[in-house]
Write a protein that binds this ligand. Structure first.
Ligand code: G4P
Length: 281
């Protein structure tokens, strides 16, 4: 997926978010569990102030469970409500809805004290492109729920999905933008496949993934690519040879080797891997 953020695009996304935020009590902020730091929008604290917040560490099925648990503790220590999940799995949604209620308990109790009964919590899903916003909305909405206000002429902001008696979800996700200016953020988002590889040098990117794998997951790496040389370029040569990736003249196709490595990392074939850890920040 390609992400092109230019000032006009960002201004528009920010405005849309600001309008949508006015309608909700809770923002469900989705991060990618493999890169929680790089997939976090730097302006969300400001945009979401005065709202209840819940952080979802999504794609947890692809991330290292121990590191995801460390991130949960890290965000909880900052006072956030956190849920780690695979947004494609409907079975995980009841637990998420329970956390939604916990995150909004203050509002639910305030309403009760004021004698307001049956007013549902209103929530929206927000995150940078490709983190799984639409997938989560679909899983939460399921098939059986009724869409309310889904009639011609009703404005975008009025599309609500009633998830149960207590929670309504805005059916349009809030699109946020990644952090700019930090090259590591760009590399990590490219590594997980959230920005188009062509923007960056794919072999350089693969070398960085190899470095991280060697540092934190040497056994997973060795299981798939045994006895790789230390240096990135040489390692890619060897991957090319072992995977029969050769150019016309017979020399190893390191570009193809980089693509193979990145694909195997992204799809989880190399194992459950996290590229960022809380203690490294
Ligand atoms: P977005 O709205 O935030 O842009 O993201 P979207 O839901 O479109 O999800 C982007 C991709 O991530 C999709 O894959 C989706 O299936 C996948 N995805 C979402 N949540 C999870 C998760 O928890 N775990 C895993 N492993 N994948 C997840 P895609 O390749 O674009 O499409 P497809 O393969 O599903 O057809």
């Amino acid at each position: 997926m390609e992400i092109q953020w230019y000032p006009g695009h960002m201004t528009k996304a920010r405005r849309a978010m600001q309008e949508d935020i006015k309608l909700v009590d809770l923002i469900i902020e989705i991060l990618d569990a493999r890169v929680p730091r790089s997939s976090r929008n730097p302006d969300i604290a400001e945009l979401g102030k005065n709202k209840f917040r819940l952080i979802v560490l999504n794609k947890a099925d692809l991330a290292d469970p121990a590191v995801t648990a460390a991130w949960e503790t890290y965000f909880q220590a900052q006072g956030a409500f956190v849920a780690a999940l695979d947004a494609r799995t409907r079975g995980q949604m009841p637990a998420l809805l329970k956390t939604v209620r916990e995150a909004c308990r203050e509002k639910i109790e305030r309403d009760r004290r004021r004698g307001i009964l049956g007013r549902p919590v209103r929530a929206m899903v927000a995150g940078i492109p490709n983190v799984g916003k639409s997938t989560l909305i679909n899983s939460l909405a399921g098939k059986s729920v009724a869409k309310t206000g889904n009639k011609p002429g009703v404005t975008r902001g009025d599309q609500w999905i009633r998830l149960n008696r207590e929670v309504e979800l805005l059916d349009t996700p809030g699109i946020l933008w990644p952090k700019f200016g930090d090259p590591q953020v760009g590399r990590h988002l490219a590594a997980i496949g959230s920005v188009r590889d062509e923007i960056l040098d794919r072999e350089e990117l693969a070398a960085e993934v190899l470095r991280l794998l060697r540092e934190h997951y040497p056994e997973d790496l060795a299981a798939r690519f045994p006895d790789l040389p230390e240096q990135g370029p040489e390692a890619l040569m060897q991957i090319a040879e072992s995977r029969k990736a050769v150019k016309k003249g017979g020399e190893p196709d390191t570009e193809k080797a980089a693509a193979i490595l990145l694909e195997e990392f992204r799809s989880g074939k190399l194992g459950r891997i996290s590229l960022e850890r809380p203690e490294e920040g």
